[in-house]
Design a protein around this ligand. Structure first.
Ligand SMILES: [Zn+2]
Length: 158
């Protein structure tokens, strides 16, 4: 599977989100080498905190395929999915998640917490990261700053 090609579609969605005044967050879904859905974050415009790109692309894919199980689907996301989106990916039973940029603050695929991926009990979802990360970082420079600030500086919460 050409990861860069489909991540390019997710990045285009994220760029459109930024143009709409949203956070740069885009996603795409692929089945059998075909792009079946693409979506972007609409939280600012809709006032809906759950309107993340991954959640939207899961809904769209499910409607297109006419079934609640997304077995056989690979979801591409510009940013590492958050806990909410990772939970939805588990519920949808997707095959694989591919993301460009890790999110040290909210990422739930190994950065801030790990809800899915290789070796996680109850998860058969495979995780691939770092695809077109430089292009994604241009849209989400704050994530790189967060990663740098965290380097060598650990805080423990009470
Ligand atoms: Zn999310």
């Amino acid at each position: 599977m050409n990861y860069e090609l489909y991540m390019g579609a997710a990045l285009a969605e994220a760029q459109a989100a930024v143009a709409d005044g949203e956070v740069g967050d885009g996603a795409a879904a692929v089945v059998d080498e075909a792009l079946v859905a693409r979506a972007r974050r609409t939280s600012a415009g809709s006032g809906d905190p759950t309107a993340h790109a991954v959640l939207a692309v899961i809904r769209e894919t499910s409607q297109r395929l006419g079934r609640p199980s997304l077995a056989g689907v690979t979801v591409f996301s510009v940013v590492e999915p958050c806990a909410m989106c990772a939970g939805a990916l588990l519920e949808a039973d997707v095959d694989r998640v591919v993301f460009a940029l890790a999110d040290p603050r909210d990422g739930a695929c190994g950065s801030a917490r790990q809800l899915l991926g290789q070796g996680v009990a109850g998860s058969r979802v495979r995780v691939v990261s770092g695809i077109l990360a430089d292009e994604a970082a241009e849209l989400r420079p704050e994530l790189l700053r967060t990663a740098t600030e965290r380097g060598g500086h650990r805080e423990t919460s009470a």
